[in-house]
Design a protein. Structure first.
Length: 101
């Protein structure tokens, strides 16, 4: 079972919802989506077929955590604090440079 302290108490379901919203945010803009696809090595067809898979959701949150401008734009758009996205990434099994050890 996942250590809830590491994920800030966020449930996996809540984290998946944030990641899905983030993916939609990326997909709304061709430039943002293109940068995400280039960074992850995914192609649009593979992405469409795997959108709800844990690896894709972690890739989305990880991408945002690595790109501050995308992170801040999504956080503002979704009315979330950037820290919530970091907690979502941790709850999904990803890592974050801000997590404590």
């Amino acid at each position: 079972m996942r250590d809830r302290r590491r994920s800030g108490g966020m449930t996996r379901e809540a984290a998946e919802q944030i990641a899905a919203r983030a993916l939609l945010f990326l997909a709304e803009d061709a430039g943002r989506l293109g940068r995400f696809l280039a960074e992850t090595g995914l192609d649009p067809r593979a992405l469409r077929g795997r959108m709800r898979e844990p690896e894709i959701l972690v890739a989305v949150t990880g991408y945002l955590m690595a790109d501050e401008s995308a992170l801040l734009a999504f956080a503002a758009n979704a009315r979330l604090q950037p820290e919530e996205i970091a907690r979502a990434e941790a709850a999904l099994g990803g890592g974050s440079p801000w997590e404590s050890t």
